[in-house]
Design a protein around this ligand. Structure first.
Ligand code: AHR
Length: 327
């Protein structure tokens, strides 16, 4: 009877008599944590490369990005990797400043079970298993394209071909590959003179300063046929120094060869001030994500994934084409 009364009471009440249930707890969202050690922001290429990582590894896509800008210092990159290890990143992306000096810190990442993917540049190590994969350009191939173009441009030259070389960050794989290709081509052509190799450090300011200083230190204005600039920023600096001193850059003057093919570089090319642009594609985020998915599925990715690149001369370009490009 008592039980029946309680039941009737419950049915008549607007609220339930069952004990109050706590709201179901939602599982915390699971993010894949990606530590990115970026070299710096020295060039248009670099800024676009960072942007590509940021646009792929978003929280909406299930990632948490730990980003560090090393401001062109290897020790900052090493410190960043150690921090990512402490923060228990799932993957580390490393855009290495230079080729050597990585073994110990990569060993630490391996001991912590964190795969490292090299992005853009590569490294030299006796133990290739210290990184899971590399995604980037083949810099030697790029340099060979530029050298082949120069060979064609100066094919019938009767006299010497005087070349000034503005190098990228010394010891980086981008510099080593592009410089080796030019040096081999100079060896192969008796009439090619490498007048000087200047350290442009992949920046406009350094390239301007070095080129201006070198030009001003010569006995008189040197006869220049070509300037081989290892990226667009270096080309902008060299062109500024040359033009300020009365040189004209282009088909009728000094041939400027450059790498990256950023929108600004291609604009100089459209104007004829840069004669050849060898593309170096910074938009590597999607390819890097594919490598991460391969690793997540338990498969072994290829060791190297090379970006597809092309060459541009003024004849290939239009304003519309440049504006459509993503960087
Ligand atoms: O490693 C690629 C090079 O690094 C790019 O050509 C240059 O612009 C950059 O900063």
């Amino acid at each position: 009877m008592k039980k029946l009364l309680i039941l009737l009471l419950c049915l008549s009440l607007p609220v339930s008599c069952s004990p109050r249930q706590p709201p179901p707890e939602e599982d915390p969202p699971h993010f894949t944590v990606i530590g990115v050690s970026q070299v710096g922001s020295e060039s248009g290429f670099r800024v676009a490369n960072t942007e590509s990582m940021r646009s792929v590894f978003t929280e909406e896509a299930g990632y948490r990005l730990l980003f560090d800008d090393a401001r062109q210092k290897q020790e900052n990159q090493i410190a960043a990797i150690r921090k990512f290890i402490q923060q228990r990143a799932d993957y580390i992306l490393l855009m290495p400043l230079c080729v050597s000096g990585w073994d110990s810190v990569l060993q630490e990442a391996r001991e912590a079970g964190i795969p490292v993917i090299l992005v853009d540049r590569t490294i030299e190590t006796a133990d290739e298993s210290l990184y899971a994969a590399h995604v980037g350009a083949d810099f030697q191939w790029e340099g060979e394209q530029a050298a082949a173009w120069l060979e064609n441009a100066f094919q019938g030259a009767k006299g010497p071909v005087n070349i000034l070389h503005i190098q990228g960050t010394l010891g980086s794989s981008a510099q080593l590959g592009r410089s080796a290709a030019l040096e081999q081509a100079v060896e192969a052509h008796e009439n090619w003179n490498l007048l000087a190799q200047l350290d442009g450090d992949f920046t406009q300011a350094k390239s301007y300063e070095e080129t201006a200083q070198w030009l001003d230190s010569q006995a008189g204005p040197p006869v220049l046929h070509a300037v081989y600039c290892e990226n667009d920023s270096a080309a902008f600096g060299a062109i500024q120094a040359l033009e300020e001193r009365g040189y004209s850059c282009g088909a009728e003057g000094v041939r400027i060869v450059s790498f990256d093919a950023t929108r600004q570089g291609l604009t100089y090319c459209l104007e004829g001030r840069i004669s050849l642009e060898v593309e170096c594609d910074p938009m590597m985020g999607p390819l890097v994500e594919e490598v991460i998915r391969t690793l997540q599925s338990g498969s072994t990715p290829d060791k190297h994934y090379y970006t597809q690149e092309q060459l541009f001369t003024p004849e290939d370009l239009s304003r519309a084409l440049i504006d459509r490009r993503p960087y």
